[in-house]
Design a protein around this ligand. Structure first.
Ligand code: HEM
Length: 499
């Protein structure tokens, strides 16, 4: 055919040559380590190739792998995701001092492309993936509602949730025994409280169960399955997968539910609306006009709703599991709580020093946001870290590269924490400066978690009430799995009412 038509032959040959040239240029430009000369060399490579790195990043064992990388390859290493990303773009940073420096720099921005999966989960653009004006208003509204100024309201709502949950799930007479799937149940209870606190909405038990199940499907599909197989992200080809179709249905149903929550708020009197600080501020007239209108408001509400339950629900669950495994600490905590006050709703109850150490140590050993976050390094940094050969050396983190800060390896750093894989609340009695620097389960800086005051208060109140009046025993333990958060569904605990 080519011989008959020289023009076609010329086109074919030049197209193949152009393709080869483009592929080679891409390889030479981005597929090799940077040739740029730095006084101090770049961080060492992780030693994992593209396929292994890609698979681990999109696996339910991501947390374990990040820990293995930090312990065996170094605290600052280059992650190879070429050809998806040029070389020397992504660095795992689990050195506490360097991670803190990057996070606390107000010019460290989030690379939008790495947060887009959140938008797919919410069914629209939400503020976690955004910078600039798009994130300022919703973040400010969240912080207004979840603040010390609003503490009495938060406490009243959290106690109301606990009253109902205990009444529905646990015995009330001395010696009564009940078994619960603790991860699932704590999710339901925390959905109830984020609904009351952020939206002034009383989610029914059916709505709590629906949310928990829907979010599990959504996070798995958009946080793991679609990331592992990019074909699933395609709007038409992706529909070939039944789980993807199901996840899309779940997103639509969650949006419908949140629309109902917003409508319920708007139907309230002006005085009633004012009491719901976060939603009232979010929904203030004109605030979303320039940033996507009501659809963006709904996406932000779903973000608050989703970020606000699963994380805290699992933190409380991990703490209870550890208390079952450490009965002496459970007994000591109960005694401290009972000595503090006889009134289960007295603020003194959450002043117990051991309770605070239990929550802190649980956040350290089981940081539910184990995957952490990513920031663009705003300026070239010269840092000291592991050289990959058992020593330390100075190295350069290039300006514009991406730093992946994962709390799981950071909070189990064996240079900072003695016996890092053990749950030891007593370690916080005399915390060293290094421990304080490394402790960032909510990250730090401008984009750290705006819900941390609620997360800590809720964990303390739930645990105080559950441990004071019930003896907890581990019946069946499941293995934690990561998909956006570190989940432990299927762990069964037994609660026996104490007289
Ligand atoms: C133990 C419980 C919690 C943990 C460990 C946790 C952890 C985190 C972490 C590490 C981040 C930063 C992610 C990044 O930098 O990319 C984050 C962000 C966020 N968290 Fe939490 N969180 C918890 C509870 C909550 C609660 C109760 C809320 C309720 C409102 C919440 C809402 C958010 C939001 C909206 C963001 C995004 C903030 C932004 O992009 O500016 N979180 N959380």
């Amino acid at each position: 055919m080519f011989e008959k038509d020289p023009t076609t032959r010329l086109w074919a040959v030049s197209s193949v040559a152009a393709f080869l040239l483009a592929a080679l240029s891409y390889f030479f430009l981005f597929g090799q380590r940077s040739k740029k000369k730095y006084k101090y060399p770049l961080p060492p490579r992780s030693g994992y190739g593209f396929l292994e790195t890609f698979q681990h990043f999109n696996s339910t064992k991501l947390h374990e792998w990040t820990l293995e990388v930090a312990r065996t390859r170094g605290r600052i290493v280059e992650m190879n995701l070429w050809p998806l990303l040029p070389r020397d773009t992504l660095y795992a940073v689990t050195d506490p001092v360097v991670a803190r420096k990057i996070l606390e720099n107000p010019r460290s921005l989030k690379p939008r492309e790495l947060y887009e999966f959140f938008d797919r989960m919410m069914g629209g653009v939400c503020f976690i993936s955004e910078e600039g004006e798009r994130y300022k208003h919703p973040r400010k509204s969240t912080l207004m509602g979840i603040s010390h100024a609003n503490m009495d309201d938060m406490l009243a709502n959290i106690h109301a949730v606990m009253d109902k949950w205990i009444q529905d799930n646990l015995g009330s007479e001395e010696g009564d025994v009940a078994c619960v799937d603790i991860g699932f149940e704590m999710q339901k209870a925390t959905i109830h409280s984020i609904g009351l606190i952020a939206f002034g909405y009383d989610f029914s038990t059916a709505e709590q169960e629906f949310t928990s199940n829907a979010l599990a499907k959504i996070t798995y599909e958009f946080g793991i399955a679609s990331e592992k197989n990019p074909l699933r992200k395609h709007p038409i080809i992706g529909l070939l997968w039944a789980d993807k179709r199901e996840a899309i249905r779940c997103v639509e149903d969650v949006r419908c539910l949140v629309r109902k929550v917003l409508q319920a708020h708007r139907n309230k009197s002006f005085e009633e609306q004012k009491k719901v600080v976060t939603l009232n501020s979010l929904d203030a007239p004109g605030k979303y006009d320039e940033i996507g209108g009501e659809e963006s408001l709904l996406s932000d509400m779903i973000l608050l709703y989703a970020a606000g339950f699963d994380t805290t629900g699992y933190t409380i669950s991990y703490a209870l599991v550890e208390l079952c495994k450490n009965k002496d600490i459970q007994t000591q905590l109960r005694k401290e709580l009972l000595d503090a006050t006889q009134d289960p709703k007295d603020k003194k109850l959450i002043g117990s020093p051991l309770l605070k150490r239990v929550v802190k140590e649980t956040l350290r050993l089981w940081p539910v946001a184990a995957g952490g976050g990513i920031r663009r390094v705003p300026d070239k940094m010269i840092v000291t870290s592991d050289d990959g050969k058992g020593g330390k050396r100075l190295m350069t983190l290039p300006k514009g590269s991406w730093a992946h800060v994962a709390p799981y390896p950071l909070l189990r750093d064996d240079e900072v924490f003695d016996r890092p894989d053990e749950w030891l609340p007593s370690r916080w009695e005399n915390a060293t400066d290094d421990m304080k620097t490394a402790f960032m389960p909510f990250m730090v800086g401008r984009r750290s978690c705006p819900g941390q005051l609620l997360a800590i208060t809720e964990s303390e109140v739930f645990l105080a009430r559950l441990v004071r009046d019930y003896e907890w025993t581990l019946i069946e333990e499941s293995i934690p799995e990561w998909s956006v958060t570190l989940k432990i569904k299927g762990t069964i605990l037994q609660a026996t009412k104490i007289g």
